[in-house]
Design a protein around this ligand. Sequence first.
Ligand SMILES: Nc1ncnc2c1ncn2[C@@H]1O[C@H](COP(=O)(O)OP(=O)(O)O)[C@@H](O)[C@H]1O
Ligand SMILES: [Mg+2]
Length: 248
Amino acid sequence: MSGATLLELREVGKSFGGVHAVTALNMEVRRGEVLGLIGPNGAGKTTVFNLVSGLQKPSSGSIRLDGHEIGGLRPDQVCRRGIARTFQTASFLPGLTVRENVRLAAEFREPAKRQARSSAAVVADALARTELAEVADEAAELINVSQQKRLEIARAIATEPQLLMTDEIVAGLNPAETDGLLKILTALNRDGMTLVFVEHDVRAVLSVSHRLVVLAQGKLLAEGEPKAVARSPEVIRVYLGSRYAGNR
Ligand SMILES: Nc1ncnc2c1ncn2[C@@H]1O[C@H](COP(=O)(O)OP(=O)(O)O)[C@@H](O)[C@H]1O
Ligand SMILES: [Mg+2]
C-alpha cells in the first residue's frame, strides 16, 4: 500500500496579515497511500492544498516532492511535476463540453507525457474512469452536480498526476453518489495514484483513508492509523465529538 515519502512539508507556515492559517506544519504523504486530511472549518486544510499546488506561496518552511523543493513554484510548474487538485467549488469552463474541458487539462501536460500518450487516449481514459463517457458531449454546466464533481476529478487525472488532492469532493452529494465517487477514487488509488483526501464526511474519510492527519487552527493535532486517530480524546474533543463519536 504505502511506501516512501512522496511529499514532505517541513515547518510550513502561512499567514494572511495577522491570521496564521498554517503554523510550523510538519507532515508527509507516502507514495501509494490515501491520506485523509481532516479538521474543523478554518483549520487550514484548503490553505495546505493552496501552498502545495502553488496557488499561494508559503510564508516559511519547505515543501518537497520526491526530495525536490516545490514551495513557491507556480501552479503550472507544480502541475507539471505531477500534483493535481480539485477545488471546493467547480472549476470547469462553462460553454465547453465535458470532453473539451478534460481535453484542455490533457493538453496542459508536459511535452514528455504528451509524447508518451496522446491527449485523445488520456481524455478517453479519464472520462471512462470517472464514468462520464455517456455525457462527454454535453455542455459542462448542464450535467448534474454529481457528474460535475466527477468532471473535476477527470480534469485533474487528465494531467496524469502522481498525487491527486481532493478538497471536499463529496460535499453536497447524497449517500449513493458519495459511494460512487469513493469507488472511483479507490480504483485510482489501487492503480497507483497517491491521494490526499480532505473531507468533512467522517464516514467517507474513515472508509477510504489508510492514514489520517488532523489539523486544528493551522497546526497538526494528530496523525496515524484512522481508527486510532478517531478514538483519540483530543481529536474527539476538538473535531469529531459532534460528527462521529457522539452519534455512534
Ligand atoms: N486568502 C485569505 N486571506 C485571509 N485569510 C485567509 C485566507 N485564506 C484562508 N484564510 C484563513 O485561514 C484559516 C484557514 O482557512 P482554510 O485553509 O480555508 O481552512 P479549511 O479549509 O480547513 O476550512 C481561516 O482562518 C481562514 O479564514
Ligand atoms: Mg477548506
